[in-house]
Write a protein that binds this ligand. Sequence first.
Ligand SMILES: Nc1nc2c(c(=O)[nH]1)N[C@@H](CNc1ccc(C(=O)N[C@@H](CCC(=O)N[C@@H](CCC(=O)N[C@@H](CCC(=O)O)C(=O)O)C(=O)O)C(=O)O)cc1)CN2
Ligand SMILES: [Zn+2]
Length: 777
Amino acid sequence: MIKTHTLGYPRIGLQRELKFALERHWRGEIDAAALEETGAALHERHWAEQADAGLDFVTVGDFAFYDHVANHIQLFGCEPARFGFDGRETALARYFTLARGVAHEHADGICCGNAQHAGTAALEMTKWFDTNYHYLVPEFDTATRFALASERLLGEVAQARSLGHRVKVALIGPLSFLWLGKTRDAGFDKLELLDALLPAYVQLLAQLKAAGAEWAQVDEPILGLNLPGAWILAFERTYQTLNTAQLPLLLATYFSPLEENLSMACKLPVAGLHVDAVRAGHELQSIADWLPAHKVLSVGIVDGRNIWRTDLDAALARLLPLAQRRGGDLWLAPSCSLLHVPLSLREDGAMDLELRGWLAGAREKLDELQVLRRALAEGEGSVWLELREARAACEARRTSTRVRRPEVAARLAALSPNADRRASPYPERRAAQQERFNLPLYPTTTIGSFPQTAAIRAARAAHKRGELAQPEYEAAMRREIDHAVAEQEALGIDVPVHGEAERNDMVEYFGEQLDGFAFSANGWVQSYGSRCVKPPVLFGDVARPAPMTVAWSAYAQSRTARPMKGMLTGPVTILQWSFVRDDQPRSATALQIALAIRDEAIDLEAAGIGIIQIDEPALREGLPLRRAAWDGYLDWATRAFRIAACGVQDRTQLHTHMCYAEFNDILPQIAALDADVITIETSRSDMELLRGFGSFAYPNAIGPGVYDIHSPRVPSADDILRLMRKAAEVIAPEQLWVNPDCGLKTRAWPETRAALANMVQAARLLRRESALGGQAA
Ligand SMILES: Nc1nc2c(c(=O)[nH]1)N[C@@H](CNc1ccc(C(=O)N[C@@H](CCC(=O)N[C@@H](CCC(=O)N[C@@H](CCC(=O)O)C(=O)O)C(=O)O)C(=O)O)cc1)CN2
Ligand SMILES: [Zn+2]
């Protein structure tokens, strides 16, 4: 029989029930039992949706109160010793400490910044492969020990079994789990921990089998990366060992082709292999050749990374030969976990009516799997109605007059070859800008957003519900700008920002105003912990019907004599954080967005905004997982940025900002962006990143982030001075700016004010030192 399953399911809830329960729990408004109840109700509902859709198994183990990698840290008992847990905390309390750290709050609600208080910083967060989901990074060292703590997972299996479900448990495989962790000790190879980890996995698999799980899906997404030889070699031994537990294993890969790991993956001693037929469809044929006939082939045929309805005819054409060849051992699934798509968009109150029918959220994707299964097993006649409807939807999308705008393509084709170059080289621009702005040495600025307070969100929510009229909403946002400007003037920030109060999100805000985008009311996708985003849906050629930020920035500039920095999101980040069309290359879509942002920058300049920042925090995230594809991506991605940035005059100072990633790999391409100033996240790496910039004599200006905005901890002026002096060892002081790591929207005002005051004080001390000709003791 052909079977259907999913690698994972969204967990936040259609109305973000999990988010609100978590935040209530963290504020002390509901206890752990109430939170557990919400969690249990959510996964029961999600299993029911899977069972109702006719899946052969429900997936257990994909639920997490914060992050599924963090769940594995507890499951295998490897919570870092630095947290100093003493056995009195509950597992859930420890879990949230790992995820959020311990803020040593004092009477004023903020931490003093005492260095000893830094010992309980949360686990680091980083991007899950090339997605906008952030996982908590396991920490491994020579002292790491593993001890199985499977009560929670076994409890979920028992819960699902008691509801009558057939259970497949989803786990991260041991090699991917180790790979995703970080080590503090230089010279320690975390692969050395494998032998200690495997017995815990074997024990767990045996327990799951005894608890009634029929399959374990073991995710090894690292099989799609360029792995060192030792890691590739470790697979055979690892799966020989896991196989001894005698629970059938489905080895799951996704996001990237297997390439040199293909035959190895097919030969591993497991009962089945899942492959991503969306990202690696060209490998299906060789997998069907290599994978022994007795093994299950799970084909990830429905796109788990995007929201377009599947072209079922095309999918069937690809599946039929496989079904004929493999008979019963063919499983159908989404390409990857559905964590990366909204639960449903079909009934979304805000979604464009014409578009709704073109889309499929997680629920609808499960239904697509059923149609495909029945078409294969019982013949297309058994689902002709469903197939006809899907065909009509795909046809409507293909032929809609709203998708293509010939003038956009014409404009791109006519773009001058110099459109991605500034008029003059950096040194000339620098002189023109210095004459215009006369900024001091070590200028201070922030990255754009100020706290998105409850009042701001409430005003926007009321506006969206129609309870706050447009003029009142705008007046409220202008008051927020007044406040942000006044705070910055009082602090003495050299280059202020307007604070982004009017933006729900740095990508969605632009999507809402650009043609070619649609947006939803409830299309939430988890970004990290309780934080979610609503990626807009980019369905057609992009055009900018009107300026998007000019009125706000011009108003902000009218409130201060200092140069107000305008704030735009760059084309690559808008692309990366939206659901984008799959009917043209991403590069083409990025260039279209670039034109819209270019026009906006030119309009800002014309309105008197002399400093403009174009954020590209997702430039690194978009890098393909396979190195061979890097150059192609970087070519068009950096060109898209430059097209957006290079429409302005020499005397306009163009900034960019990047964060959330490991940049060392792409420093030359970052330099090639030729932004006048780049502000970049560096504080967590203790300025190490700057060595890279220093090593090839980066010519333009850099603002290395001097404090981590993810924590309410307030850095002292000394902390900041230390970091800036370290920066000045590798970058000339004339090139340096002083700023936080990223925007401050998730912070509150008291700690923001305190931290920025220390930052400005540090910058002043640095200037004094420079004036005295070196470090003044
Ligand atoms: N797209 C994107 N990706 C990103 C980032 C980013 O900024 N944007 N930053 C990085 C980290 N990721 C982050 C992702 C989300 C949030 C975040 O704060 N999200 C907010 C939602 C932001 C939002 O859309 N807000 C809306 C809706 C606010 C809301 O919840 N309103 C309530 C009512 C609130 C009230 O009455 O008080 C409602 O509608 O029910 C708005 O401001 O308008 C959240 O989860 O809480 C922060 C960082 C990487 N990826
Ligand atoms: Zn940032």
